[in-house]
Design a binder for this molecule. Sequence first.
Ligand code: KG4
Ligand code: ZN
Length: 346
Amino acid sequence: MKILAIETSCDETSAAVVENGTKVLSNVIASQAKLHDKTGGVVPEVAAREHVNAIMPVIEKALTGGKVKLEKIDAIAVTYGPGLGVALVVGTSVANTLSLAMGKPLIPVKHIYGHVYAPWLEAKKAPQFPVLSLSVSGGHNELFLMKDHHEFSVLCETADDAAGEAFDKVARLLGLGYPGGPLIEAAAKKGDPHMYTFPRASFSDGRLDFSFSGVKTAVLYHLQKNKSKLKDKKFLADTAASFQIAVIDALTSRLFMMLDAHSDVREVHLTGGVSANTALREAIERGLKIWNKQNDMKVIFRVPAQMPFCTDNAAMIGAAAYFQYMKSPERYKEWRFVEPRAAFVA
Ligand code: KG4
Ligand code: ZN
């Protein structure tokens, strides 16, 4: 089954052709990052205008690259939310129109489930359930337990800012640019992660949700206190590294607590834009090695097979759509208009 997938939830216009949820025939991503660098973040209307300009050429490129004609596509998938409302409208409008005009089933996909399905793309061996999936993005941060395809339990979610958002905001404070994640990661490589201690927030009521607004504020106060050092490269690198380790600790501590609590888990997955972060990957890999040894287990750690599958892309939407469709194909027989939804409902 060949799916043409469309993704326009934030600042990447993307279209892909994915076969049977795993084989990526094409995955075209037009990033607006350079444009948003000027404003230090995404201005929704600016993003929407760029999506309008890019969407048709990107779809054409995906079909050409995938060597498939639109008539030969079996279904169309689209991200309907969560995301920026004005950006989602562009992708859903095109997907609604194409599917109605071509008489193809239309599969609406939640963006976050797209991220969770990224490890299925080009996987040498299909992932085995149950999967503990840590999805860390700019807009969202969830730890899911997946017992089967599209059976998600949310174990932890973010109470305020997502980790990626914290990376972006701290990068702005440090004057590094947008998107902040890769820039902080690069700066942190030259810094000492133990130079400063930033908070690893937890809740007094015992709930294990993530919270990253405190660490961002702590960095802000730290910079205000050290105004004279703002041009000092060593100071900025140490700050970046100390911030990064605080975020990594907060993410990994929840992950391993939940792994302890769900001993039948066979794989741990890391997805979303922040999964591109090498230090985070290494921390989980190291931790899992020790955990496996201590518990005499062989839990596998998996990240998306290619870097472009980590940040926003349409191929992951094609993967999530395929497994969603296979669960109940009859649901897609009757054509239904797909409405964009900015907010996330699990
Ligand atoms: O998943 P994604 O592309 O978009 C959302 O769904 O939000 O994630 C984008 C986020 C941005 O906040 C970006 O700074 C972060 O992922 N990111 C990283 C890295 N690459 C991207 N964060 C840390 N380290 C990276 N290497
Ligand atoms: Zn995303």
